[in-house]
Design a protein around this ligand. Sequence first.
Ligand SMILES: [Zn+2]
Length: 54
Amino acid sequence: MTCHHEPACPAADSKDARAARVSSDHWEQGWALLCNGLLVFDDEGTLTPHLTAA
Ligand SMILES: [Zn+2]
């Protein structure tokens, strides 16, 4: 995770992880990548692939 925001975005494993800023949005495909690496889907689901790999 490389966050240059001020204040820094919440970590992907924090309870407010979805408050992180959008890094790359693809809402036309139904998802977006947040600054902290969290993938969010427009059905409210989330996926944290870099955490499951740890
Ligand atoms: Zn950030």
